[in-house]
Structures are given as structure tokens and as C-alpha cells.
Design a protein around this ligand. Structure first.
Ligand code: SAT
Ligand code: MN
Length: 586
């Protein structure tokens, strides 16, 4: 046995001594294994079979009603130095964290099976990929990890070859929110998660490994782990350019990554190719450009709002081999959620006869898990070991006011500032109040595993001689008028903005310079076939120097929280913008 497999085996044995499972099962990722797990979960009621005629091999899982989203207040980074995690994270000392977690894990797998899940984040043969092993007592987690990662034998072989893997220990425990903690030990390459069976709390390859631990590793090793979709845009000349875009959870990353072009664009020959919908690992290549991979192999997407109209690609991939979590069911046992438009709910997400008095039929954060290659727009380059070259980076939040439809940063530093000053209204993806504006730099607030001040400096460090960095943009699809209606149609029409962005990258589209960056003039956007009121467009592209002055002050106060860790360059860029705005004030 190789020394890596010995290390793994010792860790599994030590974990078993602590958690005392009845059985240990090493997952090989085979179809036979998946079938057996499904049968086990159907028998235990953890899975419910969905109509096999309309949705072959699709299942519904209902999580505990108190366990339906990520729990940021119970998520900690544990490092020797408190300073390392910054004010953006909850910190616990490794000593306290290990004591707490060891006590929780003591005997917690009695009567259960301990599953060993070797996985690879990223194409199995990519130098950018990284492996991990999750130990879990949840067959639902195993089934999801099988769809979301390259899980099983191939990953184990890669672990055997490599020097290192990330260890993740997970138990659903008693699902008691009082006894629920998600701990990360980046100095030990270790994740421990107890008391939740849900998504980002339990599928440890996703946010815990591919963002929190990976961002820490990227900081040390010179790469970036980002909360970004990756999408390829093919123009009528047949050239494909790739964009990486960061939005907070439940702000339309999945829809944007598999967008259907408006009719006039389709006729002209535009095509969209999906590379990833949630996470992007990027690293400078020998040519100075940033090259990106999607570390995931599947989508864990938000169901509500997904329809034939908003995301036909998603709907097409959800007709077979999909796990649904916390959606409603129709009378003939098809999955249903708000915004689907087809059919009627009969049973709600908690298994009750649907009654509107109980709230929505599907949980607002209900999800689907599906393999990425089931997506009709899945890119033929998504598995390229070297990744895809990124032409533009886009930041975006959910902002009802102020932020224009799109602007281009003046340079890399200004772009990093635009990312660092992102804010967004909260969504159902995390527990807590929905619709509250909060700062969410680079959409990484819940996911950056270290001090944001150091993270901003790490971003700035990519601007060095020889670098051919992407241009940076900021978008806002969520601007509203005074009546509360969205000003921009969004969805497929977002391609109009992406076309402008790519035009700017290649230097053949016009713009006007403002204190916040370059904005398109109305004539710079292709609005053919769109019926937008000119006043509406005007306000989408307007920069109000007074309101922006206040915003910049708020940004300054927020960034000041990072104290000595905040790179001075960012504060200087912010002051430069504030001065330019002052000069424009009436
Ligand atoms: O629950 S997850 O973290 O996997 C989904 C999300 O919030 O983006
Ligand atoms: Mn996400």
C-alpha cells in the first residue's frame, strides 16, 4: 500500500474508533454501488421515487424542516492565529474546535454505516484539480457527491499518486440546530461538519473544500478559488470566449451559465457553452492569461424560478437521473416548484397536502442535483485539463437601486475594488433574513477561508509583468423602478450585456467614461427586438454622483474593518473615485 493510502486508512480507522459505525463502506463510484444505495434509501424513506414515466431514475429527498440551507453563523475557520481568518469569518482556536467536534463525533455513527468517499475536484487528469476524501454517515450525501464530483476508484488512484488530499468528516448527527457546526482547519487540510445533511453544510467537496480550503491553498500557491460560473460565448464567426462571473448564492448563476440567446442572436449564430455554474479555480498560464477549470462535475441548482422560459436547458437536463431536494410533488408524482408554470402542486416539500396557508409548496431554497454533462449546453472544453482562458471577469449583486446595468473597471486595481465593494440583498440560500443588503466581496463573504484584506492583496498580486489579465466588469440585473418592477428583462437578454463586455475586451465597442468606470451608451448595446422604454434604459445606465458618493463612503467604512490587512492600493483607488465623483456633483 502506498503511504498516502496508509495515511487514509489510518484516518478511516481512527475515525471509526471515535464514531463507532456498524459498518465501513469504501465507495468505488460504480453503477452497482449507486443502485444499491438508492434501494437502501427508498426502503428507509430517505428517497421517494418520482414518476418513472416522465422522470426516469429521479428521486425526491426531504430534509429536516430545520435543515434547509447553509448556516453561516455556525460555520467557523479554525487557525492558530485569529488574525488569519479576518473579520469576515467566525474563528475558533484549533484546541477548542477539536475538543468540541471530538465530543460531538463520539459514538455518533452507532447503528449507521461509515462511507468513505474519495473524490476529485476538477477533471481527473488536470494539474489544476485537487482531491479529497469525505467520510460521511449519510447515503444521501454519497449519492450527491457521486453527481457533484469525480467520485470513487479514479479519485482514489490519483490520491495514491499525489502527496496530499483534503480530509472531510461529516455526520448528520441528530440534525439538532443546537448541535450543528461546520469547522474548517486549513492548516490541517481538514473539514469537520456535524448536525446537518443539507447541501453546502454536508457535501464537503463543494463550499467547504472547493472554496474555503481551496481559497486558503490558492493564497499560498498562487491561484484563485472563486464563487464564479464559467461560460463560453460563441459568436457568429465561430470564436468562443470565456467569462467567469461571481454572484452570491441564488442570484441566477445557473441561469446565466446556460443562457439561451434571444431569437435575433440565435438566428445570427450566437451559442452559449456551459463550463460551470458555481465554482471556478483559476491560475495564470505560461501565456500570462488566466486559465480556469470548474472543480465540480454536477449542478446543485436552485429549483424555484426554473422554467421552460427562464432556463430551458436546466429543465431539459432534469428529466432523468436527478435528485430533487425539498421540492413539491404533483398528483402524478412529478416534481413541482414555484415558477415552474407547468402542473399544480399536490404535496408540499414537507410531505403535507398542499395548502397555500402553509407557505410555498416547494422550499424557496429547494434544489436539484444532476450531472453536468446532462446539460444540453455543456461545453466540449469543460473537461480540458488545462482549463479555458478567461477573457472577462464579471461581478454582480442583487441591487434594487443605484448600481447601473453594467460598468467596466478602469484597470485591474479598480476592478478588484469593484469586486471588493460588491453588496447584495440576501437570499434563501442561507438561513436568516431575506432581502437585507449586505457587503459580499466577490460573492465570497460566506466562502473565503481567510482574511479578506489578504485576499484582496492576493487578487492585486496577479497584476505583474507579463500578465495578460482579463478585463473586470460589474453588472446588476436586479435594478427596480419605484413600483418595484425589474427594469431589465434579464435571462437570455443578458447576452446583450455580455456581447458589449466581450466587445470591450477586443477593443471594438464604444463606451463613455464616468467616475465609476466605463459605461455603454445606449447606441453601444444591441437592443434589437427589445421593447424597453427609453426612460427605463436611461435610468439603467445612469450614474448619480450624490448617491454614489454615499455608496463610496459606505465602502470605505466597510473596507476599514480590515485594518492593516487592507492593501493601501485599494483605499487609494477608492479615494480616486470619490474625488472624481465630487468633481461631478452639481
Ligand atoms: O448549499 S450550497 O452552499 O451548496 C448552495 C449555495 O448556497 O450556493
Ligand atoms: Mn454558490
Amino acid at each position: 500500500m502506498s503511504s498516502q493510502l496508509e495515511t487514509l486508512n489510518e484516518w478511516v480507522q481512527a475515525t471509526a474508533r471515535r464514531t463507532r459505525p456498524d459498518r465501513i463502506h469504501w465507495c468505488d463510484g460504480s453503477d452497482t454501488e449507486a443502485q444499491a444505495l438508492t434501494e437502501l434509501m427508498l426502503a428507509s424513506g430517505e428517497l421517494i421515487a418520482i414518476n418513472p414515466t416522465t422522470h426516469p431514475d429521479c428521486y425526491l429527498h426531504r430534509s429536516d424542516p430545520d435543515d434547509v440551507a447553509r448556516v453561516e453563523h455556525l460555520t467557523f475557520i479554525s487557525t492558530q492565529q485569529r488574525d488569519a481568518v479576518g473579520p469576515n469569518n467566525h474563528w475558533m482556536s484549533p484546541h477548542d474546535a477539536h475538543l468540541k467536534m471530538d465530543a460531538l463525533f463520539d459514538g455518533c455513527m452507532q447503528g449507521r454505516t461509515l462511507y468513505v468517499v474519495p473524490y476529485c475536484m476538477g477533471p481527473i487528469d488536470s494539474p489544476l484539480s485537487r482531491c479529497g476524501v469525505e467520510i460521511t454517515d449519510s447515503p444521501y450525501v454519497v449519492a450527491n457527491m457521486r453527481l457533484m464530483t469525480r467520485m470513487g476508484q479514479a479519485a482514489l488512484q490519483r490520491i495514491e499518486r499525489e502527496a496530499r488530499f483534503v480530509k472531510g468528516l461529516h455526520s448528520t448527527g441528530e440534525l439538532n440546530p443546537e448541535r450543528r457546526f461546520i469547522l474548517h482547519f486549513p492548516e490541517e487540510n481538514l473539514i469537520q461538519s456535524y448536525g446537518s445533511g443539507y447541501g453546502g453544510n454536508a457535501l464537503l467537496g463543494k463550499k467547504c473544500h472547493a472554496l474555503r480550503i481551496a481559497s486558503w491553498q490558492g493564497h499560498q500557491q498562487g491561484w484563485l478559488a472563486e464563487h464564479m460560473l464559467i461560460v463560453g460565448i460563441e459568436n457568429p464567426q465561430g470564436e468562443t470566449h470565456y467569462i467567469a462571473a461571481a454572484f452570491p448564492s441564488a442570484c441566477g448563476k445557473t441561469n446565466l451559465s446556460m443562457l439561451i440567446p434571444p431569437a435575433s442572436y440565435r438566428r445570427a449564430g450566437w451559442k452559449i457553452w456551459t463550463v460551470g455554474d458555481d465554482i471556478c479555480w483559476m491560475q495564470p498560464g505560461a501565456d500570462g492569461r488566466l486559465w480556469a477549470i470548474n472543480p465540480e462535475a454536477g449542478f446543485f441548482g436552485v429549483a424555484p424560478g426554473t422554467s421552460r422560459k427562464t432556463n430551458p436547458n436546466a429543465l431539459a437536463m432534469l428529466t432523468h437521473d436527478t435528485i430533487f431536494t425539498n421540492v413539491a410533488l404533483t398528483n402524478d408524482v412529478q416534481p413541482w416548484w414555484e415558477g415552474l408554470h407547468d402542473g399544480q402542486p399536490a404535496i408540499d416539500w414537507q410531505g403535507r397536502t398542499f395548502d397555500p396557508a402553509n407557505g410555498p409548496a416547494a422550499h424557496p431554497n429547494s434544489r436539484f442535483t444532476v450531472r453536468a454533462d446532462q446539460c444540453p449546453s455543456w461545453s466540449s472544453h469543460a473537461e480540458d485539463p488545462q482549463g479555458v482562458p478567461i477573457s472577462a471577469i464579471v461581478f454582480g449583486g442583487r441591487r434594487a437601486n443605484l448600481i447601473p446595468l453594467v460598468f467596466e473597471a478602469r484597470d485591474w486595481t479598480h476592478g478588484v475594488l469593484a469586486g471588493a465593494s460588491m453588496a447584495s440583498e440576501t437570499t434563501a440560500a442561507a438561513t436568516g433574513k431575506v432581502g437585507v443588503l449586505r457587503r459580499d466581496p466577490m460573492a465570497m463573504k460566506p466562502f473565503c477561508g481567510y482574511n479578506f484584506g489578504d485576499y484582496f492583496a492576493h487578487w492585486l498580486s496577479f497584476d505583474r509583468p507579463g500578465a495578460k489579465l482579463p478585463k473586470i466588469f460589474h453588472v446588476n440585473w436586479f435594478r427596480k423602478n419605484q413600483q418595484g418592477d425589474f427594469l431589465w428583462p434579464g435571462f437570455g437578454d443578458n447576452l446583450r450585456v455580455l456581447e458589449w463586455i466581450l466587445g470591450r475586451c477586443h477593443g471594438h465597442t464604444g463606451a463613455t467614461e464616468t467616475p465609476i468606470g466605463f459605461l455603454p451608451r445606449i447606441q453601444d448595446l444591441n437592443l434589437h427586438g427589445l421593447n424597453l422604454d427609453p426612460a427605463q434604459l436611461e435610468s439603467l445606465l445612469h450614474v448619480d454622483p450624490v448617491a454614489w458618493g454615499e455608496e463610496l463612503q459606505g465602502i470605505g467604512e466597510y473596507l476599514a474593518d480590515y485594518g492593516e490587512h487592507l492593501p493601501q492600493q485599494l483605499e487609494l483607488a477608492r479615494q480616486g473615485m470619490a474625488d472624481a465623483l465630487d468633481a461631478e456633483r452639481p
